[in-house]
Each structure stands twice: as C-alpha cells, then as structure tokens.
Design a protein around this ligand. Structure first.
Ligand code: BJW
Length: 238
C-alpha cells in the first residue's frame, strides 16, 4: 500500500462529518444523461443558451417545457443506483453525512438520503416564471398557476440565476465543518458549486474526487479515483 493509499484509508476510517458534492455522473448509471459527457451529454446535442436560461424560456417556453417534460419523465422512471445507496449507507453509519447535489432528479432522496441540499432545484416542482414571455397568450397548453394564472416554469436553476436562498450558505457551512469532502460525478466547471471543494482545500480539509474522467479539481484534490461512482462508492463505504 502506498503512503497516499494509507492516508486515504486513515481519513475514511476516522471521518465523522462528510460532505458529498454530487453531479450528473452519479445518476448516469441510473440512465439519466449527464450534461457534458462526450456523445451522450445534453450540451453535446443542445445549446444550453436555448434551454437553460431565463431568456430561452422568455423566447420559447414551449421548447423549454418540452425538454423538461421529457427529462421529468426520465427522472421518474429512473431508479437510484449503487452510488446513491452507498451514500445512504454511509449516512446511516456515521449520522454526519450531508449530500450537496447539483442534480435535480431527486434520486438521492428516493434512495433514502435524509440530509440533502439541492443547489440547482428540483425538476419535479414548478414555480411561477417572473416576467413576460413571447407569445404566451397563444400557448394555452403551457402550465399555469391555479391561483395567479401566472405561467409556470420548472423549479430548477438556469445559467445566470441565483441558487435557491440559503443553499450556498448551508453548503459552505457544512463544508467548513466537514472532516472529508467528496466530489462525485461532477465536471467541476459550474459555479458556485465547483468552488465548494476549493473552500475545503483552503482550510486543509481533505478532498476525494470520484470521476470517470479528470476534471479541473483533479490536480488539486488530495485523491482522485478514476471510475464509476456505482462501483467506487460502495467499495469506499466497505
Ligand atoms: C461519472 C460517471 C459515473 C459520468 N461515475 N463519474 C464564476 C466564473 C465563471 C462563470 C461563473 C462564475 N459564477 C457564475 C458563473 C456562471 C455560471 C457558470 O458556472 N458557468 C460555467 C459553465 C462557466 N453559473 C451560473 O450561472 C450559476 N448562477 C450563478 O452563479 O448566479 C450568480 C447570481 C447571483 C445572484 C443573483 C443572480 C445571479 C447557475 C448555474 C446553473 C446550472 N444549471 C444547470 C442546468 C439547470 C438544471 C437542470 O436542468 O438540470 O445545472 S447546467 C448543468 O451543469 C446542470 C448541472 O447541475 C450543472 C453541473 O453539471 P455536472 O453535474 O457537473 O454534470 P457534467 O455533465 O458537467 O459532468 C458529469 C461528470 O460526471 C463528468 O465529469 C463525467 O466524467 C462524470 N461521470 N459518468 C462517475 N458513472
């Protein structure tokens, strides 16, 4: 066993408060596509500027809703996988594991995770769209709020939008109190989520990455394990 492996074993053994930052990669083995994987990622096929910004919704709410309706069905049909379940086992063993997820699919909660912070909202919820949209009066099929009649949108965070109130603060506080931060299945490109492991590193809190590919976090993380979350996480929990 190398010194680095030995140190990882020690840290895993002693950890009592873990924060697991997760991204689309942890749901990939449940059949939910990621955003940036070569060939299969959404942003390989679609322009995020046409689907995941408030301006895109304003210009063409039908197109945005069609995409989200299809993804909502996919998320409903998907089942949590061994990666999600490993984090649940870990939480039950320790009591002190918080999942901070960029995913909107709800699979952590369905797997049984109790402490989940959703940074980018939840695809299964709607909220009223603030502002006017082009041609909405000609789109009676679009969902509307029964109380106000306002046009509804999926309750997710698009580019340029603020994250749900209090979530970043809660995530930063959890990271600062952690004795181990995991970064699982995220490309570490989207802010402010990508800064959370850096916040840990600045405070000498160890960071372990689990990813199929190298990311901008890889060179600075204490350990980076290459492979699928569904195989690596259960092996780490033991
Ligand atoms: C596996 C695997 C397996 C595959 N096992 N691994 C500072 C600097 C530069 C830019 C910015 C900045 N601050 C803000 C910005 C702008 C922007 C941003 O970060 N842009 C960058 C892309 C450059 N950020 C924002 O706009 C954010 N808002 C904000 O900061 O607002 C400020 C503000 C404050 C106050 C008032 C107003 C504004 C919002 C970001 C919203 C992101 N939204 C999306 C889509 C909406 C939700 C949805 O529809 O689902 O969220 S984009 C998309 O990316 C989605 C994801 O949650 C997010 C992250 O993607 P993720 O999860 O990392 O997935 P992938 O596909 O990128 O990576 C998957 C990884 O898994 C890969 O590495 C694979 O290798 C791996 N993998 N299979 C293990 N089995």
């Amino acid at each position: 066993m190398t010194h680095i492996e030995k140190r990882l074993r020690q840290v895993l053994h002693r950890a009592q408060r873990i924060v697991a930052l997760t991204g689309a990669g942890i749901s990939a083995e449940s059949g939910v596509p990621t955003f940036r994987d070569a060939q299969t990622g959404y942003w390989e096929q679609f322009d995020p500027g046409e689907l995941a910004t408030p301006e895109a919704f304003r210009r063409n709410p039908r197109r945005v809703w069609a995409w989200y309706a299809q993804r909502r069905r996919l998320a409903e049909q998907a089942q949590p996988n061994a990666g999600h379940r490993a984090l649940v086992d870990w939480e039950r063993q320790l009591g002190g594991l918080r999942v901070v997820t960029q995913n909107v699919d709800g699979l952590h909660q369905r797997a049984g995770s109790q402490q989940v912070t959703e940074l980018h909202g939840n695809i299964h919820r709607d909220r009223v769209f603030e502002g006017a949209v082009d041609g909405a009066s000609d789109a009676p099929e679009l969902p509307r709020c029964p109380c106000s009649g306002g046009l509804l949108r999926p309750d997710v965070v698009w580019f340029g939008e603020a994250l749900p109130e209090g979530t970043v603060e809660a995530a930063v506080a959890a990271v600062r109190e952690a004795d181990l931060v995991l970064s699982v299945g995220t490309s570490s490109l989207v802010q402010p989520a990508a800064s959370l492991p850096l916040e840990a590193l600045e405070r000498d809190i160890p960071v372990l990455e689990v990813n199929r590919e190298p990311t901008p976090l890889t060179p600075v993380a204490d350990w980076s394990l290459r492979g699928s979350a569904g195989e690596i996480l259960p092996a780490l929990v033991g």
